[in-house]
Design a binder for this molecule. Sequence first.
Ligand code: TRP
Length: 334
Amino acid sequence: MSKKKIVFSGVQPTGNLHLGNYLGALKNFVSLQSKMQCIYCVVDLHAITTFQKPDELKKNVLETVASFLAAGLNPEKSIIFNQSAVPGHAELSWILNCVSRVGWLNRMTQFKDKAGSDKEKASVGLYIYPNLMAADILLYKATHVPVGADQKQHLELSRDIAQKFNNDFNCRDFFPLPEPLIQKNISRVMSLRDGTKKMSKSEESDYSRINLQDSADEIMKKIKKAKSDSEQIPDSLKSLENKPEALNLINIYSEISKVNLEKVLNEMSGKEYSFLKTKLAEILVSEITPIGKEIKKLLQDRSHLEAILKKGKRKASIIAEENLKNIREKVGLI
Ligand code: TRP
């Protein structure tokens, strides 16, 4: 088996990425790109498992690419492209639909959450979404997959599918079993209004999240209004167990200032949350607003963004086509 390490990750083109996407994914993507071959894909085929307005989908794909670049991804180092541009994703996902089992998909908790109470009305695409995700990863024989904790179950499914393919077609080690890279400290940035929910684009109140394109003023207002706690900052993590909003602010501060949690608590215990909020707002403004400005600037030049996608597509296609040729051969497709 080839020992080469290949990183693959996918981001849904929701547009308007936020602090959760930045701390939970993009920052890590950037640090990986100087260590391994990295492939970062804007997963438009996953997006359409729930209805997307066509014009918005296009806009959101470009906005996601702009956010990648503004956060520091370098198209000379990483392969950056959109999923639908490489037809191998759809082709391999069909083959894997025939390897994956109905019983496996029935256990996926994200489908249950997303399909809601009326599962009969969910698209078939939403149901087999995890098989497409396995195809994304296996098409490049990726070995490492940076994902949020919510994608862990899907990644385990990808491993099961890879293993079953290797067994069924008698080709041990053909697909490497992809390893998740889940960030320990900050697997989840939570909503500023409800510390038990993930920060999300779909939460109604804009005060629940810091968008990468927020102005300094907006960031300061949102942090000021964020839920915290009426008591002073405690000296131990244990005292924060039932205070998810307070813990979330401390977590974000620790992550973005690169000071570990214990040290933050050491420095701040006994102070009011307003002290933490002032510091947090300052550091967020200095790290996030330049990224927001860069995103806006990049969005002015659509042809530049399209050219980056095209170049990424070319590079991704070379790997995908070579692997697909061997996959077809294994399966017995002429
Ligand atoms: N399902 C992932 C999410 O919603 C996105 C995704 C699609 C992905 N394909 C992938 C992530 C392959 C990692 C690897 O976050």
